[in-house]
Design a protein around this ligand. Structure first.
Ligand code: NCD
Length: 304
């Protein structure tokens, strides 16, 4: 039994395999429509979510399986003080696989150590979000036909943005990848990623506050929302929330084949005027997330 807690739990070969399965699901959906018959996915989301939870649930239904869910922290026994370990042991009695989102960093890891079924980290606090990275990797692969030799700009809340942390960990393993870290000083990448991944592995990166100056070099621009729920005070959030707003004017210096990505939800960071630009990929990411979660469920349940 294996869980997915951190994106590095998957080797590059396993990631390639997940991408290949997802592409096959896209091409031949009928082949997979009964494959998880009789299996149950439990979604335990102790933080808000639209895409991640619904895409996990849609993924399981499209594989012919079933879904058990608790509607939120307030309606499960967590509200009565149950530990994550006990919740994990309990859910293991009812389901075959768990997807868990939790505000505490490390909660899905604790769950995986106590569950007798695979646990998928669907976002733990400001730490990691490996299945968003799966969606991102499939999107990059489908847009660029490669995962190497790319200059990737990450813009916005690099401090609390868990999708950024997981994406950097994943992409740093491919040759020729460079990162441009674009954020206000207060929202720079935490040192466990900057030092622990980029510096220690000698991965080329630049840090800047200037999105427009960085734009011409980028193959991918990954915008992020300022993570209001992780701030200690509202004033800091209000001061920083509109640090970067991508508008058509700001794209003037961009490459014609730039891919504009965002894990969503968008607040203000990308003007809706960009949604019809062929370079906008954020709604493709939403759909790709479902296919990669289907692929992941198949592998973790050892159905494929
Ligand atoms: C992201 C998250 O939850 O970290 N959303 C998502 O799962 N697609 C990004 C965000 O909330 O800003």
């Amino acid at each position: 039994m294996r869980s997915l807690i951190n994106i590095l739990d998957l080797s590059p070969a396993e990631l390639d395999e997940l991408i290949a399965i997802a592409n096959d699901i896209i091409a031949n959906p009928g082949k997979y429509s009964e494959i998880c018959k009789g299996k149950k996915l439990a979604t335990l989301f102790f933080e808000p979510s639209t895409r991640t939870r619904l895409s996990f649930e849609a993924a399981m239904y499209e594989l012919g399986g079933n879904v058990l869910t608790v509607a939120g922290a307030d309606s499960s026994s967590a509200a009565k003080g149950e530990s994550i370990a006990d919740t994990a042991k309990t859910v293991s009695c009812y389901a075959d696989i768990i997807a868990m989102r939790h505000p505490k960093e490390g909660a899905p890891l604790v769950a995986s150590m106590n569950a007798t079924i695979p646990v998928i980290n669907a976002g733990d606090g400001g730490h990691n979000h490996p299945t968003q990275t799966l969606a991102d990797l499939l999107t990059i692969h489908r847009e660029k036909n490669r995962l190497s030799d790319l200059t990737i700009g990450l813009c916005g809340d690099l401090k609390f943005g868990r999708t950024v942390h997981s994406l950097i960990e994943a992409m740093a393993r491919y040759p020729g990848v460079k990162f441009v870290l674009i954020s206000p000083d207060e929202l720079k990448l935490p040192s466990y990623v900057k030092q622990g991944v980029l510096k220690d592995q000698g991965i080329p990166y630049e840090q800047t506050t200037d999105l427009e100056a960085a734009m011409p070099a980028l193959d991918i621009l990954y915008m992020t929302r300022v993570q209001r729920e992780r701030f200690f005070n509202e004033e800091d959030y209000l001061r920083l929330k509109d640090s970067y707003i991508l508008t058509p004017e700001k794209l003037r210096g961009a490459k014609p084949d730039l891919s504009i990505m965002h894990p969503l939800p968008r607040v203000n960071e990308i003007s809706v005027a960009i949604d019809d630009d062929p370079r906008a990929c954020y709604f493709k990411q939403v759909l790709n997330g479902k296919y990669m979660r289907m692929s992941l469920i198949l592998r973790l349940l050892e159905v494929l």
